[in-house]
Design a protein. Structure first.
Length: 256
C-alpha cells in the first residue's frame, strides 16, 4: 500500500498521488509572483503537478500574481479566496469546471486570463474582485450563480456563441450597464435576470404595504425557498470542510 508523501519546493507544499503526480496543498508561505511549475523533483523523482487543493492559498495576502500550468486539471474551491494583494491570474490549466469561491474577495484582482478549456464558472468564483473586463473562452457553456456579483468595476464582458446557461445574479451589483449577449441566448436570459435581484424585479412581493394576501403569500414562499437554498449551501460546505479536516488528521496519524 502506498502512502502520500508531503514535501516543500519553492515555498509550495505538495502531496504525492498514486499516479506519480502531485497536488499543491499549501501555498500560504508563498509571496510575490507565484509560478506553479509543470513538474517538480523530490528525492530524485519527477512529479507532474496536476491539482491545487481547496483552500491551498486562501487568505495569503503576500502573493501578487499566479501562473497556473497546463498540467493542472483540478482547482479546488476557495483555492485563492481572499488573497487581498493578488492582482493578476494567468490560467493555462486544463480545468473544465470551477467549483466555486476560487477567487472570491480578491479585492485587488484586476486581470484574469481564463483556461482555454473552461466550460463552467462556479458559484461566486470571482465575486467581490476588481476585474474591469473579461474575455470568456470559446469553450464556455455556463456561468454560475453570483459568479461575478459585486464586481463593481467590471464594465465589459465578451461572450462566445457557445454560452448555454447564465445563472441568477451572475453579474449582480457589477459595473455592467449593458451585456452584448449572443442572439441564441438573449431571449432565454434577459439582462435584468442576471444583474438584478429578485426583489428588484418583483418589489411588490417584498413591500410591507402590500395588501393582496396572495401577493404576500407568494413573497413569503419565495423568501422561504431562498433561505432553504442558502442553508443547504452552508450546510454542504461546512460538511466538506469538516471531512477535509478529518482527512488531514488521519493522514498525519498515518505518517506518524
Amino acid at each position: 500500500m502506498l502512502f502520500a508523501d508531503d514535501f516543500v519546493y519553492a515555498n509550495l507544499k505538495y502531496t504525492t498521488n498514486s499516479d506519480n503526480s502531485v497536488t499543491v496543498v499549501d501555498g500560504k508561505r508563498a509571496s510575490g509572483e507565484v509560478i506553479i511549475p509543470f513538474d517538480v523533483r523530490n528525492k530524485n523523482k519527477v512529479y507532474v503537478v496536476t491539482a491545487i487543493e481547496h483552500n491551498a492559498f486562501e487568505g495569503n495576502n503576500a502573493i501578487t500574481a499566479v501562473t497556473i500550468p497546463s498540467s493542472v486539471s483540478t482547482i479546488g474551491y476557495s483555492a485563492f479566496n481572499s488573497c487581498k494583494s493578488l492582482r493578476r491570474v494567468m490560467d493555462a490549466s486544463r480545468v473544465t469546471e470551477m467549483q466555486g469561491f476560487e477567487y472570491t474577495d480578491c479585492t485587488n484582482l484586476t486581470s484574469v486570463t481564463l483556461s482555454g478549456a473552461l466550460q463552467k464558472v462556479g458559484y461566486r468564483s470571482f465575486a467581490g474582485t476588481a476585474l474591469t473586463q473579461l474575455v470568456l473562452p470559446a469553450s464556455m457553456k455556463e456561468i454560475g450563480s453570483s459568479a461575478f456579483e459585486d464586481c463593481h468595476q467590471l464594465t465589459n464582458v465578451e461572450f462566445n456563441k457557445g454560452i448555454q446557461n447564465i445563472k441568477d445574479h451572475a453579474f449582480k451589483n457589477s459595473g455592467l450597464a449593458f451585456l452584448a449577449l449572443p442572439e441564441s441566448i438573449k431571449e432565454k436570459f434577459p439582462t435584468e435576470v442576471m444583474t438584478k435581484s429578485f426583489q428588484e424585479l418583483r418589489p411588490e412581493l417584498y413591500s410591507d404595504e402590500a395588501t393582496d394576501e396572495s401577493v404576500k403569500a407568494e413573497g413569503d414562499r419565495i423568501r422561504g425557498l431562498m433561505e432553504d437554498v442558502n442553508n443547504f449551501i452552508k450546510s454542504y460546505l461546512d460538511g466538506v470542510r469538516q471531512r477535509s479536516v478529518q482527512y488531514i488528521e488521519l493522514r498525519e496519524k498515518i505518517k506518524k
